[in-house]
Ligand binder design. Structure first.
Ligand code: NAD
Length: 356
């Protein structure tokens, strides 16, 4: 990959190489676009096979954060950090403090938070080095685990989809096939159960599935059988690229609405769902609740009520995306991108007017 060409093609502003051998730090920070505000995105720790793999990942993820923040109506841009290392073996306080100093050197252009392979604990290590960190525990004035807000946002967006397809946003009596009942999926299952939806659930971790069966009366199926369930809504809450040429022909649902990131394997899969008359709630719109919640830590004292009030509005955003898709004759995934790009372009125009 030619990094500079890739950055120019996809609109990235900056890529920072972070090295501190004494602390065992090898990391990259990518800032995609700061038109709407400082770039916020998690610090991901993974045993990347190569530096090139980490660079590719961090650039791709930073760009996705720009779109997520833009459609959520936040005054934030997109960024990400990728740390090369095994989160089970290589996490030390020194490593995260060293990363914190690099983050601080960017003067607030990048704000970090937890991500795959990192937790609140590491954010606490970073905090003495820089104020540009979120995802701190409630006892530190932060917003804590983002998963409950993510679950709530998905529930709200799912209701907006039901309103479009069934003429009512009630989920009572609707069958929802849920793939993955971890932190987000379990929280979502509780909202759905409360409202009277029927749950068909799978998880590769048997205890997680069993808990939903015992507590919420969910019917359990094997992981591979979830794609064939006759249901109203399929909700992928486990992993990405789950909407593809192999799974879509098997679907017997009218709506796809779940938490997983990057659900579409290719752009064509979004079109295919559209052609089959299946309403797809774009993943980064629907799962933006966690980001919205965390954004309330930036530059102000965190307020749970204010944050959750904004998460509620994912319902309206999904409605706007459906309306835009219909008006422009495009699929919902394209409509979400178009909405994000329009907001950024409008903000850039205003900035250019004033800054010359
Ligand atoms: P999690 O790890 O707590 O839960 C994922 C669950 O999926 C686990 O119980 C796991 O056993 C299960 N699973 C994995 N592979 C599976 C398979 N093949 N079939 C069935 N189940 C399988 O993660 P989470 O925090 O609940 O996040 C779920 C998804 O939502 C992830 O893709 C994550 O990136 C995305 N997401 C999470 C948040 C958040 O706030 N946690 C925010 C945005 C997006």
């Amino acid at each position: 990959m030619k990094v500079m060409d890739y950055m120019a093609q996809h609109g990235h502003e900056q890529l920072v190489y972070c090295s501190n051998p004494e602390a065992g730090l090898r990391a990259f920070i990518a800032i995609h676009d700061t038109t709407l505000g400082p770039a916020l995105g998690g610090a991901r720790m993974r045993p990347y096979a190569s530096e090139a793999e980490a660079v590719e990942d961090v650039l791709r993820l930073a760009r996705a954060m720009t779109y997520k923040a833009a459609v959520a109506g936040l005054n934030l841009g997109g960024g990400k950090a990728a740390i090369i290392g095994d989160p089970h073996k290589d996490k030390t306080e020194a490593l995260f403090k060293a990363l914190g100093r690099f983050i601080h050197s960017l003067g607030g252009r990048y704000i970090t938070t937890e991500d795959v392979g990192t937790t609140e604990r590491e954010m606490q290590y970073i905090r003495p080095e820089t104020p540009y960190v979120t995802g701190l525990p409630v006892s530190w004035g932060g917003s804590g685990d983002p998963s409950p807000a993510t679950s709530f946002g998905i529930y709200r967006g799912m209701k907006a989809c039901a309103h479009e397809v069934y003429g009512s946003d009630s989920l009572a009596g609707k069958t929802v096939a849920l793939q993955g009942v971890g932190k987000v999926g379990y929280g979502l299952a509780k909202y759905l159960h409360e409202e009277g939806a029927k749950l068909v659930v799978t998880d590769i971790y048997p205890e997680a599935a069993q808990r939903v069966h015992e507590e919420l009366g969910a019917t359990l199926v094997e992981p591979e059988a979830i794609y064939d369930v006759d249901c109203h809504i399929f909700s992928p809450c486990a992993f990405g690229a789950v909407l593809n040429a192999r799974t879509i022909p098997r679907f017997r649902c009218q709506i796809v609405a779940g938490a997983a990131n990057n659900q579409l394997e290719t752009d064509e899969d979004g079109q295919e769902l559209h052609h089959r008359g299946i309403l797809y709630a774009p993943d980064y719109v629907l799962n933006g609740g966690g980001l919205i919640n965390i954004s309330y830590e930036v530059g102000r004292a965190y307020s749970h009520d204010a944050a959750w009030e904004q998460v509620t509005r994912i319902y309206d955003t999904i409605g706007q995306i459906i309306a835009l898709a219909k008006a422009d004759g495009i699929c919902t995934a394209q409509a979400a991108d178009r909405m994000a790009e329009a907001r950024i372009a409008a903000a850039r125009k205003v900035k250019n007017l004033y800054l010359g």
